[in-house]
Ligand binder design. Structure first.
Ligand SMILES: C[S@@+](CC[C@H](N)C(=O)[O-])C[C@H]1O[C@@H](n2cnc3c(N)ncnc32)[C@H](O)[C@@H]1O
Length: 389
């Protein structure tokens, strides 16, 4: 994916990028601020310029992936069936030109060549209960933190938003760091503590069987604490892949937006209530989905429904997908602006700060890590990105 590399920019250029991003994000704020479940209630399609509506109307999901998100399948050439307005083409180019690149400046050797679900660079106890993407992430991030700790002499690590503690566990029991883990969900903390105990027992057994192979010495499992604040994320590449497959799960946003029209009629003050967890949405007729949704939000599931109106909404499924794709196209700009804001803030506070793409983007597209140190790292910074042999 093209884009800007933060490392090549001077402080002044970073500030200018933040100004440009703010201008673009402000220009398209109505798309970014929209809730896709209000597609019908707030006539979101009608908020787009007429020339955009014309260009996007009737495109199916794979065409949206290729033409709008710029992610053609291998060997596929983008063919436009009409002349797109310059504003839309400009948005597409701008979205890529101003976002930080996620392409790492180093070759990542695949750790999943032999077995797609087991990283060859983690030992079995640290892979247990951990999905491959997460195996890659905890290893890369843990190793980066270890190098930073060695370089700076900093011995205490705090993992904020530690979830089930996979990263904390690898850093403390795998790399020997002292870790404090903070997590907002009490259930995850309890599970993390159980997994800590399980891993400690496994490592002790292995140590008895084969003392030379297992790292010995005092073991400090992570210290877990419950705390909560807010956060959210989305990924463009993942959605583009779903568009290319054109699977029935893409229907969900349209169904949910149609449900919102019924909710709004029945109880106007009830806005965007959560209805997660309706199983097998794509196998339901739209009216069946709406009935289940009404029940979920505490309304009468037997309310008389205007099935023709619901079906008319369903016929606009591709428009809903197109609008959501536009919002996702802009999402990396928002992410870049947030990262840049943090980077500039740290620099202005006297820290040396860099953004490094440290995960393989195929495995983990949101791969930029913000590294800040009190002293300059100089050449050592490049060490943080590289893979150890
Ligand atoms: C992607 S998960 C982290 C996974 C974890 N690092 C691991 O290796 O398993 C993010 C976690 O952050 C927690 N979280 C997000 N924002 C938080 C906050 N501001 N305070 C505390 N926990 C937070 C969520 O509950 C979630 O469990």
């Amino acid at each position: 994916m093209p884009g800007v590399s933060a490392r090549r920019l001077s402080h002044e250029e970073r500030r200018q990028l933040a100004v440009n991003l703010t201008r673009v994000v402000t220009l398209y704020r109505s798309i970014l601020d929209a809730y896709i479940i209000e597609f019908f209630t707030d006539n979101l399609w009608g908020t787009l310029p007429c020339s955009w509506q014309e260009a996007l109307d009737g495109l199916n999901p794979p065409q949206l992936a290729t033409l709008l998100l710029g992610m053609p399948r291998e060997g596929e050439v983008a063919r436009y069936r009409s002349v797109w307005p310059l504003t839309l083409l400009a948005l597409k180019s701008t979205a890529y030109a101003l976002a930080f690149t996620r392409t790492p400046g180093f070759q990542t050797p695949s750790e999943f060549l032999e077995n797609p679900s087991q990283s060859s660079r983690l030992t079995a106890p640290f892979r247990k209960h951990v999905r491959p993407k997460k195996q890659h992430e905890i290893r890369r991030l843990g190793e980066l933190v270890k190098k930073l700790s060695d370089l700076t002499g900093c011995t205490q690590v705090v993992d904020v938003g530690s979830g089930q503690g996979h990263l904390s566990r690898f850093m403390s029991l795998g790399l020997g760091l002292m870790v404090k883990s903070i997590e907002g969900d009490q259930r995850l903390v309890e599970r993390a503590q159980r997994l800590d105990q399980e891993l400690l027992q496994t490592l002790e057994k292995e140590e008895k069987r084969n003392p030379k192979v297992v790292q010995t010495g005092p073991r400090h499992p992570p210290h877990h604490v419950v705390r909560l604040r807010e956060g959210a994320c989305h990924a463009l590449e993942e959605y583009a892949e779903r568009l290319q497959k054109a699977g029935p799960s893409l229907r969900t946003h349209c169904y949910r937006a149609a449900l919102e029209t019924v909710i709004r009629c029945a109880q106007p003050e009830l806005r965007r209530p959560g209805v997660q967890g309706i199983p097998r949405v794509h196998e339901l007729k739209i009216e069946e989905y709406v009935q289940r949704g009404l029940q979920r939000v505490g309304l009468d599931p037997h309310l008389p429904l205007n099935v023709a109106a619901l079906q008319a909404h369903q016929a606009q499924e591709n428009r809903v997908v197109a609008f959501f794709s536009l919002a996702l196209l802009l999402a990396p700009l928002v992410e870049t602006l947030i990262l840049l804001d943090r980077l500039l803030y740290l620099q202005e506070q006297g820290f040396h700060a860099e953004l490094l793409p440290i995960f393989s983007p195929e495995l983990s597209p949101r791969n930029l890590v913000l590294v800040a140190t009190k002293g300059p790292l100089g050449e050592a910074l490049s060490l943080l990105e590289t893979e150890d042999s």
